[in-house]
Design a protein around this ligand. Structure first.
Ligand code: HEC
Length: 251
């Protein structure tokens, strides 16, 4: 009789179950980690589509400097001077173009409050660095960080699902069609998930695809985990009592 999950010896079952248990715990810890890193991206606890957009695409609607000049700092400078600052910010807020004009506006309109005497309560705008920091918009994940995380995920997760897939391939209770689908699914969703990070970096509308990719991956994992554990530990007992009943009936 060929080997399957229910008739493997105890050592192999323990080996497989130990591996699956550790991977399941790792998966849980990974989800908590996501909650902490991405969950807070939009400033509110809990994971949302906005978090994904903020994490990968960023918040490009504008810099702090620009939003303050349109908001609580609006009355501190006449419109034409505010627009000059905003234009300079949108052009990249470079130090080269700061002097003389922009610096002059800051000196006449802003530093009477924004200076070293403000005691750190509000930023000191006599220092260029303090202006620069508030002039950049948030561009989300950088391409270099995406490259790094992508290749780690591709190698690492493919490896995990190799073993989960091997274990699950010994299951007998699932029709071959579903079995093939479940084994291939993690790889498809892994590629989709990683591709969606890059797509979201370029266009925020792809954020939903990140959720889809992650959910697909998790579903495939949970399915294979439950079926494998069931066939190793619960099915043999059921088969056993079935055999016994059958034997009793024949008596
Ligand atoms: C009358 C005093 C005063 C003047 C003049 C003033 N500010 Fe402010 N600024 C404040 C105070 C008070 C805050 C903190 C409260 C707030 O954020 O609205 C602040 C906050 C800011 C912040 C947010 C800083 C941060 O890190 O949270 C920016 C940016 C800013 N000001 C820009 C400007 C610019 C640009 C000018 C000149 C056009 C200017 N301010 C003129 C008083 C002033």
């Amino acid at each position: 009789m060929p080997y399957n999950l229910s008739n493997f010896g105890l050592p192999v079952k323990l080996l497989f179950s130990g591996y699956l248990a550790v991977i399941a715990i790792g998966y849980g810890v990974a989800l908590i980690q996501i909650l902490f890193t991405h969950g807070m991206a939009d400033g509110k606890f809990g994971l949302s589509i906005e978090d994904i957009v903020y994490s990968y695409y960023g918040n490009r609607s504008g810099s702090l400097l620009e939003s303050k000049l349109e908001g609580s700092m609006k009355m501190n400078a006449p419109d034409n001077e505010r627009f000059e600052i905003i234009q300079w910010v949108r052009d990249g807020a470079s130090e080269k173009t700061f002097e003389p004009r922009i610096k002059q506006i800051f000196e006449t309109r802003c530093v009477q409050c924004h200076n070293a005497e403000a005691g750190g309560q509000i930023p000191d705008f006599t220092k260029f660095q303090n202006i620069k920091e508030r002039a950049s918009s948030n561009e989300g994940a950088t391409f270099s960080s995406l490259t790094r995380v992508s290749h780690i995920h591709l190698f690492g997760i493919a490896f995990i699902f190799m073993f989960v897939g091997i274990i699950f391939s010994f299951a007998t209770g699932v029709p071959v069609k579903f079995k093939c689908a479940a084994i291939v699914m993690p790889y498809v969703f892994l590629l989709l998930d990683i591709a969606s990070w890059w797509l979201t970096k370029i266009n925020p509308h792809f954020a939903l695809l990140v959720v889809l990719g992650g959910a697909g991956l998790a579903m495939a994992f949970v399915f294979m985990l439950i079926v494998s554990l069931y066939e190793m530990w619960i099915l043999p007992g059921k088969l056993h009592s079935l055999d016994r009943r059958e034997a009793l009936r024949r008596l």
